[in-house]
Design a protein around this ligand. Sequence first.
Ligand code: MF3
Ligand code: CO
Length: 274
Amino acid sequence: MFRRERIEYKTGAQVAKMRAAGLVVAAVHDAVREATRAGVTTAELDAVAAATIAEHGAVSSFLGYHGYPATICVSVNEEIVHGIPGDRVIRSGDVVSIDAGAIVAGWHGDAAFTMVVDPQDPADLALSEATENAMWAGLVALATKQHLGAVGDAVEDVVDASPVPFGIVQDYVGHGIGRAMHQPPEVLNYRTRENGARIKPGLCVAVEPMLTRGSAATRVLEDDWTVVTQDGSRAAHWEHTVAIGPEGIWVLTSPDGGEAALAARGVTIAPWTE
Ligand code: MF3
Ligand code: CO
């Protein structure tokens, strides 16, 4: 949908503002992770997120977005993305995906993680770990390759190398981000015949693979938001917002800028603010 539209390349000063938004998103993740346990409702998690965003003087990217009614998305078990917080009570063993976005001084950050509530089914843990690995592999591709299509190749490589099969959701994709949460280009999580846009300094994108333990086919619930797997299999979702600078990649929504996870994969980060 974005493919032929213009990409907004950012300056270092603009990336610095996006870093501020990214750190608010990271703080929201910490607070919600801490609050997520059996017995809590998803609305309570939303309230934790709203309080954290307010404490930082920021604004939710999601609240009011195309009428979205909450601060974050909380997607449980067979829910893949865009779960609306409400009365649902988190239970032992649930797979919980938290997606949050924040705006600081007009600039957006967007990131998601999945956690498995104790006692964890090892198969659910493997699902979340594979999805997180797929995300980092996509970020390594952004740091080391020439074209955006390399992200989808990297995600597929991770899934292909897995001893257990996973579905790669194709109906939802990553995106450019900046003065709006969703900008061109689309960032696909699967291999295509096209190279995609050139990866060059100023490119800011959110990379967000979604994997399932079954089929990748999706369906939207009656609430017009919640996306679930058609086969009821459990899903995971990991996302970071990153900037490509003249010297390399910077993971704006990670407190350490992605330093540790990328070093483990042979990539040195390159913070860039001017
Ligand atoms: N954060 C989601 C994304 O990664 C979008 C959330 S949709 C909203 O693109 F309506 F909840 F905002
Ligand atoms: Co996103």
